[in-house]
Design a protein around this ligand. Sequence first.
Ligand SMILES: *[C@@H]1O[C@H](CO)[C@@H](O)[C@H](O)[C@H]1NC(C)=O
Ligand SMILES: *[C@@H]1O[C@H](CO)[C@@H](O)[C@H](O)[C@H]1NC(C)=O
Ligand SMILES: *[C@@H]1O[C@H](CO)[C@@H](O)[C@H](O)[C@H]1NC(C)=O
Ligand SMILES: *[C@@H]1O[C@H](CO)[C@@H](O)[C@H](O)[C@H]1NC(C)=O
Length: 359
Amino acid sequence: DLHNAIMFSSLARPLGAASSIVNMRRITHPTVKQTLAGKASLPCVFTLQTNSSNQPPHLLWTRVGLPAGGQSTLREQIVNLVLQNFFFCAKGDVIRVNKAFSGRITLPGYAANPLNATMEISSLRTNDSGTYHCQVVMDNDYERDTVPLVVSGVVFHYQAPGARYALSFMDAQQACQEMSAQMATPAQLWASYYDGFASCAAGWLDDQTVRYSVQLSELGCYGHREHSAGVRNYGKKDPKELFDVYCFTKELDGEVFHTSVPGRLSLSSASDRCVSLGGQLATVGQLYLAWRSGLDSCAPGWLSDGSVRYPVMWPRPECGGSQTGVRTVTPNSATDNTTALYDAYCYRDCSLSILAIRI
Ligand SMILES: *[C@@H]1O[C@H](CO)[C@@H](O)[C@H](O)[C@H]1NC(C)=O
Ligand SMILES: *[C@@H]1O[C@H](CO)[C@@H](O)[C@H](O)[C@H]1NC(C)=O
Ligand SMILES: *[C@@H]1O[C@H](CO)[C@@H](O)[C@H](O)[C@H]1NC(C)=O
Ligand SMILES: *[C@@H]1O[C@H](CO)[C@@H](O)[C@H](O)[C@H]1NC(C)=O
């Protein structure tokens, strides 16, 4: 583990302990699971042998994660570096935080106990997921805790079958429920904006405001006059006004799979096929969650609301561009759902698939 060895020696040098024997202890914690926009607490409490030192410990948090965009190379990132010294305490510790984590990190137990490097990350983003290492150096002692973090849940844009901007606040709530989701909160929309999500459609959120996120100012979204990225807010709206909606879906209980037959399927034959395979047509929310956990297919397929979509985890030119995401061919059942032919995406409950095996 060369990278950490380097980190360690650069930390150890000021202590003048580089040539000494280091007592090392490693702990692996269970995976911390949290949802998008939530707050995760990554434990790191150490018990160094040395108590003769008047030098406070040096702390380093790093993260190894899959970078966004589906590249397969691992990248280690410095999250938070605390070079603490008793004399600096009053003036504030020297803390360096990677830009992606700025303003979102605290060490809530540290002030009361400098052996408590437990780190809290708030406003969680999907790409905060990864394996975190907490490293502590004090005199001849070195400890390293490992805490895996998984941030789950996806925000997606949804429009009514057949029409853009056709959902009242109540309709929007129901549409999300039918798609195995609930209305997204503003914090969830912001978190997915930081993950790279953008959509030019004004949609309801659960606080009855209407917003959309913009990544590039040159997108030229309607009503987008400010030339900056971020989440635009139309404010709180009359619940009878009509917009699209942003839904949030948390967890997949079963599996989503692609199915195809020679000559392809109409919407109703797609539905029949999923039933014959022990499931039903997947909802839009289920397809997003399956995409997030790795489902990748270039083949457009029917979903339960009569829309036609496909999940692209590993972007490639022949699969519709350079972005990872769920592609929408037709957003609704206004397509001729009796003659149009596609594949299908089915959803099968875990318990149902066990039953199917028994039969
Ligand atoms: C180290 O801690 C032990 C137990 O807490 C104590 O007995 C000992 O005196 C301490 N040594 C020093 C040098 O502070
Ligand atoms: C460390 O800090 C965390 C966060 O404040 C707290 O929940 C935990 O109880 C502390 N543990 C110890 C041993 O101080
Ligand atoms: C998450 O993704 C965004 C957009 O791609 C990027 O700006 C940010 O640095 C990433 N954060 C982390 C922790 O990788
Ligand atoms: C198929 O399309 C018709 C006409 O647009 C619509 O009334 C019907 O609800 C659709 N069926 C499904 C299953 O979406």
